[in-house]
Design a protein around this ligand. Structure first.
Ligand SMILES: Cc1cc2nc3c(=O)[nH]c(=O)nc-3n(C[C@H](O)[C@H](O)[C@H](O)COP(=O)(O)O)c2cc1C
Length: 205
């Protein structure tokens, strides 16, 4: 009897059910709710700046969703809920940068204001992106001249510093911009500016 009461209590509190179901699978297949990013910790800024570098060889091992969330938050996440303001500044607060995450399970748009990923293209492009399990594809409007590129640079530097802090390899490439050109649902006037591959380093950091 006592056991039945305990089970009923646990069910009521949501302690029993599918506790091992990864959050990525708990969604419909078109969206992934990202774990909340950690807004504290990491390496001190000067240490991360000192360690920042491009590393060109990646392990194919997928990154955990917590780390994917942290990487995307470093790029373009919300750091002030009031006004949905971001970790990077944008001209006139346009926030019109688009960041896609290309992984083995497709190409996903980062929606930082909802802390979620939204599937935009099926297919595994990780081989085309040099074997990295995650490649960020930055797209920006070109009508502004260089401003879109400035926004991409700001976002990419946040990622580079997070990677230095976490011991991850990262490499930005302009040579990879054609891989998904014409395949992503970009607004009129947008273009892919640069791609940014990330993964555990193959070899020493
Ligand atoms: C906008 C941009 C585009 C880049 N494009 C390429 C590229 O197409 N191919 C490549 O191998 N490296 C590319 N890189 C990486 C640079 O070669 C690298 O940052 C540079 O050699 C300095 O090395 P470090 O990042 O370790 O300081 C690019 C870097 C940036 C910032």
């Amino acid at each position: 009897m006592k056991a039945i009461i305990c089970l009923a209590l646990a069910l009521t509190l949501g302690l029993v059910g599918s506790p091992s179901l990864p959050s990525a699978l708990a969604q419909d297949s078109q969206t992934i709710n990202l774990p909340l990013p950690d807004r504290t910790g990491g390496a001190p800024l000067n240490e991360a700046l000192n360690k920042r570098r491009s590393l060109r060889n990646f392990q194919a091992t997928p990154l955990p969703l917590e780390q994917i969330s942290q990487i995307l938050w470093s790029a373009f996440g919300v750091n002030r809920e009031a006004g949905k303001l971001r970790v990077i500044p944008t001209a006139h607060n346009r926030q019109d940068l688009l960041i896609f995450a290309a992984m083995a399970n497709g190409v996903w748009l980062y929606e930082g204001e909802k802390n979620q990923l939204s599937l935009k293209l099926a297919g595994d492009f990780t081989t085309e992106f040099g074997g990295a399990p995650l490649t960020l594809v930055y797209a920006a409007p070109i009508r502004d001249g260089v401003i879109g590129g400035v926004h991409v640079g700001l976002a990419a530097q946040g990622v580079g510093l997070y990677c230095a802090s976490a011991g991850l390899a990262n490499l930005m490439k302009t040579t990879g911009v054609d891989i998904l050109a014409g395949k992503l649902p970009l607004p009129v006037g947008y273009k892919i500016v640069v791609v940014h591959s990330i993964g555990q380093p193959a070899g020493n950091y």
